[in-house]
Design a protein around this ligand. Structure first.
Ligand code: SAH
Length: 223
């Protein structure tokens, strides 16, 4: 999979991709991430990429020209399955969407800033808009990192234990059961006996019951 991210703040996105699972995925050649500083596509000598809002009002708007230039260049090099704009009023990201996105080959993610992008970018250049929640961030970079993380960990071969992503919350319409590790007794707070029993069938049954109980308690909307 290849992910191209268009941003005015590439520095903000460097660290998230340089550690742990996301780094390993790149080292293993399972995903390629390319950051494109939008200012490199600016059409003026001051390298600006935003301008005042027509009709007045507070806040700058990101211009269409540099965004179009960058997207055109990328599209001339390969075919993209989706051109995504991160936006608080987009489709809400969930596990189902991450699963679907993880099957794609090439995607572009456009990060907004300021008041967002010129509406014509949304009308003509992007194919999809994604929100990570009902709150407003100052830029699309952190949201893009969230989307990428949720997708990349699903790519076959990224997680060491191939099956572990399957048992995460939301994958089977339920949230994950509780997990414990050593010590079995901490200050008298004990790990449930069944988990120490070695009886796989009983353990699976217990985990399923707990997952169901938790989902009923915390996220009845999923059932
Ligand atoms: N004025 C806009 C918000 C702009 S916030 C509005 O009211 O809708 C600046 C940029 O941050 C956006 O262009 C978008 O790319 C990003 N952003 C902010 N909140 C986000 C969210 N919840 N999900 C995804 N991207 C978000």
């Amino acid at each position: 999979m290849r992910i191209d991210i268009i941003t005015v703040l590439p520095e903000l996105l460097e660290s998230p991709f340089q550690h742990s699972i996301l780094k390993r995925a790149q080292t293993k050649g399972l995903v390629e991430i390319h950051l494109h500083p939008l200012r490199d596509y600016s059409t003026n000598k001051h390298r600006t990429v935003d301008d005042y809002s027509y009709g007045g009002g507070a806040g700058m708007v990101m211009c269409i020209e540099p965004i179009a230039k960058c997207i055109d260049k990328l599209k001339s090099e390969r075919t993209y399955d989706e051109i995504i704009y991160m936006s608080p009023d987009g489709e809400m990201l969930d596990q189902k969407m991450s699963n679907q996105l993880s099957t794609l080959k090439n995607i572009i993610i456009l990060c907004g800033h300021y008041k967002g992008v010129d509406e014509r970018v949304r009308e003509h250049l992007v194919t999809r808009e994604i929100s990570i929640g009902n709150y407003v961030l100052s830029g699309g970079e952190l949201a893009a990192a969230v989307v990428c993380d949720s997708i990349i960990r699903l790519l076959p071969g990224v997680l060491n234990d191939e099956t572990s992503a399957l048992f995460d919350s939301f994958q089977d319409g339920m949230i994950a059961p509780p997990a414990y590790t050593r010590p079995a007794d901490f200050n008298g707070w004990k790990v449930p006996d069944v988990l120490l029993s070695g009886n796989e069938k009983e353990i699976d049954k217990w985990r399923h019951e707990k997952a169901l109980e938790r989902t009923k308690q915390r996220r009845p909307d999923l059932l």
